[in-house]
Design a protein around this ligand. Structure first.
Ligand code: PLP
Length: 371
């Protein structure tokens, strides 16, 4: 075994569902000296990171932090803190991640009422309204904003207003939307929203930004039972990220540097510009794919700018397409998940990966592979 030189990892063009390309600036931030996690210089970085997270979440929520772990840790944080054993919850499932949320909620001891939509379609707000009416004792409605397994961008306005009118909380998965499109936390009063660092935030995987409304924070503080997960218990973690700096766990120091830098890049570009860039590039990709005669899974109105699902044409071996793209062009894209395995391929244009050059490279490569 040769361990005498530092390992060199090959560079690849990440155009899949995530992780997505990470800019040098962020990688350099990751390589800065590790500080003590209660060091005043690190605490200042944590504070700035919270401010920047509030900016991307478009919120003033005091409880806005980055949890250690990937997007699924965000989902677990949301569920373990908001749900007490025996609570009834309404979970919307229109893809693999909604189904994962159902599973996590059930593991928290919830009685789950599910509202479903076919793969590639959004949840119909009327179905949620009916579920709320039939289950007025439910405590929350959980939903995925950007369903990465299908490429659907779920409209939230109506569903949020139905949930709030009934006194329920809105729990939202913004893993593939945060930093690439509007996640209107304060405008819609979303109560518990989580994301992942490795998608439109364009940071390596490892952190799960979370924001909690004042009303949901009160619910968590006033729980009858302890949060079932010690590690993800926000009642303790809020004291670590707050003024008190009460030790809970050792913050993943260098990952916070990386997230901080990725968020600074977003603030420099400006949210509106960033949203417009994601939209513009997605439109260009869709036009290019349709010009090649390919069909997209999701209707135009509900297409996610950060992730496009292409229907695999008759007689094409999608695994071979992905393999060839990787071996001959060094491009990674994603396979279909769950019911859509073998039926679609998924292309991500997220963060700095959402640019014209990548679209051109991908369209040429895909055209050659399909020829
Ligand atoms: N939710 C959505 C919408 C996702 O796309 C993903 C991952 O792709 C997750 C949750 C889980 O995130 P992770 O794989 O980072 O744990």
């Amino acid at each position: 075994m040769n361990i005498s030189s530092p390992r060199k990892v090959p560079e690849k063009l990440l155009l899949g569902p995530g992780p997505t390309p990470v800019e040098q600036r962020v990688l350099q931030a990751l390589a800065q000296p590790t500080l003590g996690h209660l060091d005043k210089n690190f605490v200042a970085i944590m504070d700035e990171t919270r401010e920047l997270l509030r900016y991307v979440f478009q919120t003033k929520n005091e409880l806005t932090i980055a949890m250690p772990g990937t997007g699924s840790a965000g989902m677990e944080t949301a569920c373990v803190n908001m749900i007490e054993r025996g609570d009834k919850v309404i979970i919307c499932e229109h893809g693999v991640f909604g189904t994962r949320m159902h599973d996590v909620a059930e593991r928290c001891g919830a009685e789950v009422v599910s509202v479903t939509a076919p793969m590639g379609k959004p949840i119909d707000p009327e179905d949620v309204r009916r579920a709320i009416k039939a289950n007025p004792d439910a405590v929350l409605v959980g939903i995925v904003h950007a369903e990465t397994s299908t490429g659907v961008l779920q409209p939230l306005d109506e569903i949020a207003s139905y949930a709030h009118d009934a006194g329920m909380y809105m729990l939202v998965d913004a893993v593939t939307s945060l930093g690439g499109m509007e996640v209107p936390v304060d405008r819609l009063g979303l109560d518990m929203v989580y994301s992942g660092s490795q998608k439109c935030l364009a940071c390596p995987p490892g952190l799960a930004p979370v924001t909690v409304s004042p009303r949901a924070t009160e619910r968590i503080k006033n729980r009858k039972t302890k949060v079932q997960s010690w590690y993800l218990d926000l009642t303790m973690i809020m004291r670590y990220w707050g003024q008190e700096r009460f030790y809970h766990h050792t913050a993943p120091v260098n990952m916070i540097y990386a997230l901080n830098e990725a968020l600074r890049i977003i603030a420099e570009e400006g949210l509106e510009n960033r949203f417009a860039r994601h939209r513009r590039n997605a439109e260009a990709l869709w036009a290019g794919l349709e010009a090649m005669g390919l069909k997209l899974l999701v209707d135009y109105e509900y297409r996610l700018p950060s992730l496009t699902s292409i229907v695999v044409p008759e007689g094409v071996d999608e695994a071979m397409v992905r393999r060839q793209l990787m071996e001959e062009y060094n491009i990674e894209i994603g396979a279909g998940l769950g019911e859509l395995k073998g039926k679609i391929i998924r292309v991500g244009l997220m963060g700095s990966g959402s640019n014209k050059k990548n679209i051109e490279l991908f369209l040429v490569a895909l055209g050659n592979v399909l020829r």
